[in-house]
Design a protein around this ligand. Sequence first.
Ligand code: SF4
Length: 454
Amino acid sequence: MTTMPERHLVPADRLEAQLADLKPALSPAAARTEALRCLYCHDAPCVAACPTAINIPEFIRRIGNGNVVGAARTILESNILGHSCARVCPVEVLCAGSCVYHLKEEPPIAIGRLQRFATDHALAHGLRFHRRAPDTGRRIALIGAGPASLAAAHELAVRGHHCVLFEGRALPGGLNATGVAPYKLQTDVALEEVEWLLGLGGIELRTGVWVGRDLSFAQLERDFDAIFLGVGLGPDSRLALPGEDLPGSHGAVALIEQIKNQPGFALAGVERAVVIGGGNTAIDAARELRQLAVPAVTMVYRRSEAAMTGYAHELAQAKQEGVQLAFQLVPLAIEGEARVTGLRCARVDAQLVPLPGGEFVLPADLVVRATGQEKLTALLAEVPQLTLEKGRVQVDPRTHQTTHPRYFAAGDCVNGGKEVVNAVAEGQRAAQGIEAYLASLNGLTGERGDRQHG
Ligand code: SF4
């Protein structure tokens, strides 16, 4: 178990370090030129499209005026993880996707890259735009140290509450550190942001602690005034295919984590990879494998291209990078004896009915399942009075309070798996819900720091 502050080190020989940043930093001159293109729209549609409602025209105007510090302040006051969001947000379908320049059939403003320009400056210079209020004596446990918990903890620490993040993994950051495609965000950059955020004070990080295994919910209830569930999702879903446990068969999220953080992990000898799925994780995995020089990478999807759930702009990039696509194929078995040699598939029609004579084996020495992640229902079942629906924690959408009044929840365990920026927005809302709950306790007990309530 470790306690922040400390510098989290990532292995130098991790595979992700070989991958290039596909949207590199803008130079000051390029940032200013791009900022001056902005029309600074009134009722800007880009702001409406941002889940954290960053005042985009304001921060862009500030960059245009040479006020980079002011631009960073505008961003980070609305979204404390604006540094990673600048890199990982699918701006093509959010802010930049709504930019009025589309109506003029001109390229939208490069909002993500401008946001990166400003927040890079803030982190590089250790700038901080929040100050902690005096200690209130209230203690909040946050389970998981991903974006939802980090955003909630920051907001609560600013208000003077003491926060403790419990993270089972060795590294904080959640999917930012373990699951985001390396060509968008690498683990060391994600950790720099976590360290910067924790520099506020009032947030303790305990890694290597799995709540439910090392620490019970009952213990947390004894020691904390409120508990926040930011546990995310579980392991990659299984398809119950024969051969699924052969060497060379991986879940996509687990494979991406190995590429990002496992010392010495290599893809030596992999000539043909097959990725099962049509969502964003499948596209990420396929692109990473191609960028890591796997000669043949094929995405296998059971429906048509039009039915794919992955973003069209990501799929277009994947095609450009040489990822092959195979549609209307249902996987039947992972073939091989000592290790994977192929994926047995059946051709199906639009209703997924197998076509006669449509069975064949797609040769492969790596098969990746990217068909979703399991919900953490067994863990969440340990919380009394918690209501789940299809494995998702049910919350009041205004406060993110669960059906157990002392528990709040946000991020993937509530929304089923959305973007980092959604987790941040929800975490911030949950912090406000927790603040209101703590205020109601103060009204009940008449004093702060009293945990003798039910
Ligand atoms: Fe600037 Fe485009 Fe937003 Fe208008 S919609 S404020 S042009 S980024």
